[in-house]
Design a protein around this ligand. Sequence first.
Ligand code: ADP
Ligand code: MG
Length: 629
Amino acid sequence: MEKKQLLKQYFGYDSFREGQEVLIDSILEHRDVLGIMPTGAGKSLCYQIPALMLEGITLVISPLISLMKDQVEGLNQAGIHAAYLNSSLTPGQYRKALLFAREGRYPIIYVAPERLMTEEFLDFALHTRIAMVAVDEAHCVSQWGQDFRPSYLKITEFIEKLPVRPVVAAFTATATREVKEDIIDILMLREPTLMTTGFDRKNLYFGVMAPKDRYGAIKNYLDCHPGESGIVYCLTRKMVEEVCEKLEKDGFSVTKYHAGLKDGERKENQEDFIYDRSLVMVATNAFGMGIDKSNVRFVLHYGMPKNLESYYQEAGRAGRDGQPAECILFYNGQDVITNQFFIENNQDNQELDEVTRRIVAERDRERLRMMTFYCFTNDCLRDYILRYFGEYGSNYCGNCSNCLSQFEDVDVTEMAQAILGCVRECRQRYGMNVILETVHGADTAKIRGYRMNQNSFYGQLKTIPVYRLRQILQYLILKEYITPTNDEYAVLKLTEKAGVILEGQERMTMKLAKEQEHPARVKTGKGASGGQKGSKRALLSGEGFGEREEALFERLRQLRTQIAREEKVPPYIVFSDKTLTHMCMLKPETREAMLRVSGVGEHKYEKYGQRFLECILEERQKADMEGEL
Ligand code: ADP
Ligand code: MG
């Protein structure tokens, strides 16, 4: 079967996402690959689909039992035979799984890296045709990252033992140069096809707030988002205990996670969260690695993390299914002090010598500063994050608390006219700085030397701050009213379009940050983002999502929970939130229509399709009856 057909039949999706096809094609041509894509981008499909097409078995190396379990359950639900081999199996189960693998029953198996060089596994591997070794979370080979696993170093040794070298495919969401080079070197990838997609997570809303009553703000947020699953990160174990206890008293479905809990309790709490038995997880940063739960609708930070790397990783656990999700940081001045304390007393650096330790601490302090600025910037928050990671954003995303509250539409026609007029009058001979200084009325030798103080627009915009004028001028360039020459002087030239503005035939508005105090500074006691119930789904789906769809969504969600209990898998493995949303919009009443829903493959249709169809039909009849009354 062709790759597109497999995507539809097993996974129920119509098209590939950015980067997936390139990687799949490359693997099918037996070329190594390295895919660097953000969380939720869909890296798993990049090896799962070729695994179904290549002759021989695919081994997936994954660092955590929970990740393997999740993926194997997902594949089984989609109708693909898969198994995992790790320490959670009894010796009997392990042998049986290996036997089935030998018999060629699985196109794909997941293996813990510690298993690779064991006698039993090698005996299997050396006598089986292995088509591909896929290394998930490949940054675990690098000591540069936070998640280094020595056992990942065994992967190369293992591959070298195989009689025929399989294609090697590596995947990670970590983008730093050191990690990337380490992956290529240590895994000995052969001229890999590199695929790096952007780091922007468009479905995530970013917000910063500094409420007087932090607990009240969190509670208010949860009140506004009933039935949604999310994480509340706290800086310390003590805070986790406090917040969790209060929320429990206030009647929320919560659980907790931190390194101070006993193994058993931690595991149990984690499962309660994954299976939606507890909707909200209150945790320290110890929680999250290996959590692939796709329907996390919000990540709230009760306190500012130590750097943006941690923040983006933790916040990024929201919205893996691509559905709108919210990431809100509740900031308090005390957080900086707490983090400074962590830096000065970092236990991880004990074995470093004094000089190195000082360098590391200085780097950590700088990162903390950048994190603190995030809480105070008036700029677009997404833009701030992307710039921190070395990408260019656009200065306005429209989906963060700054863009939504700090920005306003401003009519800038007069200012634009003055700038354009100034450029025209000096016969388009100067660059950006001269023009800005002129309209702002700078009294400098340079301006006098160019006689720009005689330009009739000189000083006309002296009440407007220069940074504002620069933004407007940049906007004029972006919108192609002005083009700078392509040489070192970057002289500003007017385009034909400029005339419309100059002659006043068209007005010009742009989004500009409001001249007001940032909420993180004025400390309002207001609650969190005004998200009313369901607003996020409505946001994504536009007009198609009204009250009726909300009601249907609730019904379908209940059905999903029920099925998940019967199947003993997490609800999001049955269908993702995204699939349920799509179902609410299409309201399919036939098999064909149901198969058109994104995320409904044939196998899942056979298993549950009928029950969901019935549910939709019932809701329609109910709505029709209400309509007649
Ligand atoms: P990653 O490993 O990159 O973080 P996953 O492989 O876990 O991401 O995929 C995240 C989600 O995106 C999953 O729910 C998956 O089913 C979904 N997904 C992957 N590829 C597609 C696609 N082409 N169309 C729609 N959804 C997809
Ligand atoms: Mg993954």
